[in-house]
Design a protein around this ligand. Structure first.
Ligand SMILES: [Zn+2]
Length: 376
């Protein structure tokens, strides 16, 4: 969009009224610099009848609206604005949108026409049309939650689908609807830890999301898109260990749907995939190395000279999984003092692996990851 387009005035709700320049600034505010397509909202228009408007502003006439293009569920007779997404329209209320969304509040606070009767043909049932570049399904999902409550999105088990969570996150961030964003964000974060757990890393079972594909490609993509960065280190680690290189590159089909990682996640998983043993080596270096002299010199605090301890130490190799937990079977291999010392060292190694984890998946440090988390 060139600067020459910024000073047009546009007809919206009465028309000439809304100055396009602040409108455009709002409408084209990007959601995420990493997104390929910034979220757009524009005054809707179809047809070449008003050439003074920029090409992305077209005024929609009432005759263009047919009943099948409207959403019965979200078409309120007393509504005062029409949101148009793809082939669907929703007649809703500016007050309701403003109450939940600072974005819409700002938009609707722009000055209105002093002559609302002018250009009536540009409205639908007397309401201004705001065309948004969103998925109609996702917009409907969000509007339903705003009108009928978030709980209307729950299934009987209090689950919401990953598709609904995606709509809440994507549009919640774009339109600054914090309640919906937070609702979905909490559920996503329950799927992968951002603190070192006492168990091996994996996909966590305690979650409230339905419809997750087995490799969580959907989850990785939306988390990266909206900036829920703190779950990415573990999610990428688990994905890179669970998925084949073909699945990471080409995607895979599950229940008739093809899932593909976005380019950024794909690159990170490919890079990190081959580094599991390097991460384990870096973390467990010096511990459980099969060299007697290392054992003897490794930790002078150990006064133990038990041949059994030394023997087991020499034949026990460090795990290939950098987040493997201490194997309780090993307790019987060592005397109590050695076992306790090794367990402590083992945990220190896991912590070291944890601190290195984000850097192995193109995410820098945990501090970078935390600071990069999206905020309103
Ligand atoms: Zn010992």
């Amino acid at each position: 969009m060139g600067p020459s387009r910024r000073n047009h005035s546009a007809s919206f709700l009465g028309l000439e009224a809304y100055s396009i320049s602040p409108y455009v600034a709002l409408a084209h505010r990007p959601v995420d610099s990493n997104r390929q397509t910034p979220g757009n909202v524009s005054l809707s228009s179809r047809g070449p009848s008003l050439p003074r408007f920029p090409s992305f502003i077209v005024l929609m006439s009432s005759k263009e609206t047919s009943p099948e293009r409207t959403s019965d569920e979200l078409w309120f007779d007393d509504g005062n604005v029409i949101l148009a997404a793809e082939d669907k329209q929703f007649k809703v209320h500016r007050g309701m949108l403003s109450a939940h969304s600072p974005f819409f509040k700002d938009m609707f606070s722009l000055p209105q026409s002093p002559d609302p009767d002018k250009d009536q043909g540009t409205t639908v049932q007397g309401c201004p049309v705001v065309e948004v570049q969103d998925s109609a399904v996702e917009l409907q999902c969000v509007l339903k939650a705003l009108y009928y409550g978030i709980s209307s999105a729950y299934d009987p088990n209090q689950l919401i689908s990953i598709a609904t969570a995606t709509a809440f996150l994507r549009l919640g961030k774009k339109y600054e609807i914090r309640t919906l964003f937070d609702e979905a964000c909490v559920r996503l974060k329950e799927c992968y830890p951002s603190k070192l757990p006492s168990s091996p890393l994996g996909r966590m079972q305690r979650h409230h999301l339905a419809g997750r594909d087995p490799l969580d490609f959907q989850l990785l993509n939306i988390a990266r898109e909206v900036g829920i960065t703190t779950l990415l280190p573990v999610a990428r680690y688990v994905c890179s260990q669970s998925a084949s290189i073909e699945q990471i590159i080409d995607g895979y089909t599950w229940e008739g749907t093809v899932y593909k990682l976005d380019a950024t996640n794909q690159r990170a998983c490919i890079i990190g995939r081959d580094k599991r043993s390097a991460l384990a080596n870096a973390a467990f270096e010096g511990l459980l190395s099969p060299k007697q002299e290392r054992f003897m010199s490794y930790n002078p605090r150990w006064s133990c000279k038990s041949k059994q301890c030394i023997l087991w130490y020499c034949v026990t190799t460090h795990p290939s999984d950098p987040f493997a937990t201490w194997d309780t079977e090993w307790d019987s291999r060592f005397c109590g003092e050695c076992a306790a010392a090794l367990k402590r060292e083992y945990e220190q190694c896991r912590k070291k692996a944890w601190s290195l984890l984000p850097s192995f998946f193109c995410l820098g440090t945990w501090e970078n990851v935390t600071n990069g988390e999206t905020s309103f």
